[in-house]
Design a protein around this ligand. Structure first.
Ligand SMILES: Nc1ncnc2c1ncn2[C@@H]1O[C@H](COP(=O)(O)OP(=O)(O)OP(=O)(O)O)[C@@H](O)[C@H]1O
Ligand SMILES: [Mg+2]
Length: 267
């Protein structure tokens, strides 16, 4: 197991091209166990591309990803998941027809190597560990305040709760690193406040390492210890929320084109 001063994730010189477009160039990041790090940048900056590379959905054209001491640059998404990298998506991805508890259970089983179909078909090795699964699923549901609605189909729930189900599913795989891609997208103010509480809880309860992409500046500035800013695939700034907030390049990247940048900078 990684010690507290070691590095959980080390990324060096990552590059991703789509045809002629350089979506990401020369990207580096280092995350230590238990850190909560933010990744921000304007639309199309390359944020989701970073997560797609880290989760194995995309392969880089250049660079290296080392996770927990192992080179995972060329591994598949299921291999990365098994090693402890879990993620959520910009557009919620849960099993909408399944109940809340079944969404969580499927995630548990995938981690145990039972696979999706065995889980749903209730084969013998599924039943073998069902009690344990049941108990762990309830723990997760309680942690996420989902116990009371555990039997409802996910599709019937408000967007904010569906987002919580998605994060609960990711947590059910017992990850070492959780990647959250714009978890507050589509949430109202109340739901966003709930999300912040949930993230604080999982960070504090499990000392979980979290890497989060967000457009909500208030959210990111409040919860992150360290923030990276990318723009058009390149690193623009990195530091504490305070450093980044006052970085002229960041102010310009976000506000420059709207004509408010100068005003903001002077104010
Ligand atoms: N699968 C793909 N095929 C082709 N181009 C892609 C693909 N995925 C991303 N891109 C391009 O790469 C660039 C970075 O996209 P990416 O989705 O990583 O941005 P983002 O920072 O997540 O943006 P947003 O804030 O809108 O979610 C964009 O120009 C995008 O059009
Ligand atoms: Mg994105």
């Amino acid at each position: 197991m990684a010690s507290s001063n070691s590095v959980l994730l080390k990324v060096e010189g990552l590059e991703k091209r789509f045809g002629g477009i350089i979506a990401l160039a020369d990207y580096d990041v280092e995350i230590r166990p238990g850190e909560l790090v933010g990744l921000i940048g304007p639309n199309g900056a390359g944020k989701t591309t970073v997560f797609n590379l880290l989760s194995g959905v995309l392969k880089p054209n250049q660079g290296r990803i080392v996770f927990n001491g192992q080179d995972i640059t060329r591994l598949r998404p299921d291999q990365n998941a098994a090693l402890g990298i879990a993620r959520t998506f910009q557009n919620i991805r849960i099993f909408k027809e399944l109940s809340v508890i079944d969404n969580v259970k499927v995630a548990f089983h995938i981690r145990m190597g039972h696979g999706f179909w065995k889980t749903l078909m209730h084969t013998s090795d599924y039943r073998y560990s069902e009690n344990e699964m049941e108990q762990k699923s309830h723990e997760i549901l309680e942690l996420f305040d989902l116990e009371a609605i555990k039997d409802q189909p996910a599709k019937n729930l408000p967007y904010g709760i569906q987002r919580r189900v998605e994060i609960a599913r990711a947590m059910a795989t017992m990850p070492k690193l959780l990647l959250l891609d714009e978890p507050s997208a589509g949430l109202n103010t109340g739901e966003t406040d709930e999300l912040v509480k949930t993230l604080r809880k999982i960070h504090d309860t499990y000392g979980l390492t979290i890497f989060i992409v967000e457009h909500d500046m208030k959210l990111i500035m409040t919860i992150c210890q360290r923030i990276q800013v990318i723009d058009r695939g390149r690193m623009l700034s990195t530091g504490t929320p305070e450093d980044v907030r006052h970085d002229q390049r960041v102010i310009e990247a976000y506000l420059g084109k709207s004509g408010h940048g100068k005003q903001y900078a002077q104010g």
